[in-house]
Write a protein that binds this ligand. Structure first.
Ligand code: HEM
Length: 408
């Protein structure tokens, strides 16, 4: 099924210009669009290789160097920790948390975008930061929620009073992270198997301010894309009843333990469905980066300090690399499918090395788990699925997407 994007004039124009210029061109404001798959890969590698964290503020003021911390060290610590957090047991716990988030809204007429966000955040937050009190957890989720409302253009309000409130919520969330880092380092809190924990060990080298930035980076990363992708899964689920039926057939007969241990192997059709959702509706739509080095991109020079844009979405919808690029068809991911990815560089929902998303595996499991719940435990009804459209915000966001969930 082909879906029109509403409010997409800017993106549509980018697609036309990208097609006309082979994926590399300058925007009117001078930023360089790098939408060619090979060039996006090259510029990411050139730009981020050997990245080290900026010095601590206190050291900048005193005009001295901080202990050098390569970004790769932080990423390795996260990826090592994530390895222990993607077991069958952890996936089962994540599914339980998702169920809890859904059960809290059972039977109500709800905004499914906000529900998807809630499911995504509540189920993934303990992977990033666990052992919080109810109050601390509420402070973090409130901060993520208010940032999301801004990203999807549903401001809770404008003006200085609202801005002050926004900042206050952000500060309170920062204080929670700070106290977790400090308390774990001093032994006042127990160590937890989450992505914050390896950062506690790096505190002597990072210092509190950089440690806070690092944890905030991963909190920000879970605040937007996972919820938007979950909303897109629900959207395609209701818009494609035949696929919903195929998923139900597969997931109702799957062994739950096998599903938790290896979702992609246990439920291949569901895996294809999720991969296609991530191709069609990749969040975030555009990533703006500043060039740290000069790079030559097929004859166009990117100079140090200039901004450039990369976009999984633009690559995924490029007709040069995808047949029927605007059509939702999970079977394009069957081996040998003629309308499948032309090569590995054309399917990049999680970005590019060496900054590629660290949460790719857990995020895919999470989206598959959402399909599992929709097919085995709940029934989702959306009154008029054909009136639901997609709008371009920071990511594709379904509009007028309300419905009701009941236990199956
Ligand atoms: C469907 C869900 C998700 C999508 C589509 C997604 C997508 C992305 C993309 C496109 C990037 C930028 C990569 C680049 O610059 O080349 C990124 C970065 C990142 N993501 Fe995700 N992400 C998702 C879920 C998650 C989750 C669940 C986590 C944490 C467990 C996470 C943690 C991160 C982090 C920490 C970065 C920054 C990596 C770095 O700067 O080195 N993401 N993600």
């Amino acid at each position: 099924m082909t879906t029109p994007l509403h409010g997409e004039d800017f993106l549509h124009d980018l697609r036309l210009r990208s097609a006309a210029h082979g994926g590399i061109f300058r925007l009117d404001d001078g930023q360089l669009a790098v939408f060619d798959p090979a060039a996006a890969r090259l510029v990411s590698r050139a730009n981020w290789n050997g990245l080290v964290m900026t010095d601590r503020l206190v050291d900048m003021i005193r005009r001295r160097r901080s202990t050098e911390v390569p970004w790769a060290r932080v990423r390795t610590a996260w990826l090592t920790q994530l390895h222990t957090l993607t077991t069958a047991e952890h996936t089962a716990e994540m599914i339980t948390r998702m169920e809890r988030a859904i059960d809290a809204r059972l039977g109500d007429d709800i905004d499914l975008v906000l529900l998807a966000q809630d499911i995504a955040v509540q189920s993934i937050l303990p992977v990033v930061l666990s052992g919080l009190t109810t109050r601390e957890s509420a402070r973090i989720t409130q901060d993520l929620h208010q940032k999301l409302l801004r990203l999807i253009d549903r401001h809770p309000g404008r003006g200085p009073r609202h801005h002050a409130r926004f900042v206050a919520v952000q500060i309170r969330a920062g204080l929670v992270v700070r106290s977790v880092l400090r308390d774990r380092a001093s032994g006042r809190r127990t160590r937890e198997p989450d992505l914050t924990d390896p950062i506690v060990d790096m505190l002597p080298d990072l210092g509190m301010d950089r440690a806070l930035d690092v944890v905030t980076a991963v909190l920000t990363a879970i605040g937007g894309p996972p919820g938007s992708a979950a909303a897109s899964v629900l959207y395609e689920f209701v818009r494609n009843p035949l696929w919903a039926e195929q998923l139900a057939l597969e997931l109702r007969s799957v062994d739950p333990e096998e599903f938790c241990a290896a979702p992609g192997t246990a439920a291949p059709a569901t895996h294809r469905f999720v991969k296609e959702v991530l191709r069609m509706w990749s969040p975030p739509l555009l990533l703006v980066r500043r060039a740290r080095v000069s790079t030559d991109l097929s004859g166009t020079r990117l100079e140090v300090g200039q901004n450039y844009l990369v976009s999984p979405h633009m690559i995924h919808r490029d007709h040069r690399f995808w047949q029927q690029a605007d059509t939702f068809d999970p079977d394009r991911f069957l081996p040998g499918a003629p309308h499948g990815p032309a090569d590995r560089t054309c399917y990049v929902p999680f970005g590019w090395a060496p900054k590629k998303c660290i949460g790719a595996d857990i995020a895919t499991s999470q989206l598959m788990a959402l399909c599992y719940l929709m097919c085995t435990r709940y029934r989702l009804t959306v009154p008029n699925p054909d009136t639901v459209t997609m709008a371009c915000r920071f990511a594709p966001i379904p509009q007028h997407f309300r419905g009701r969930l009941v236990r199956a």
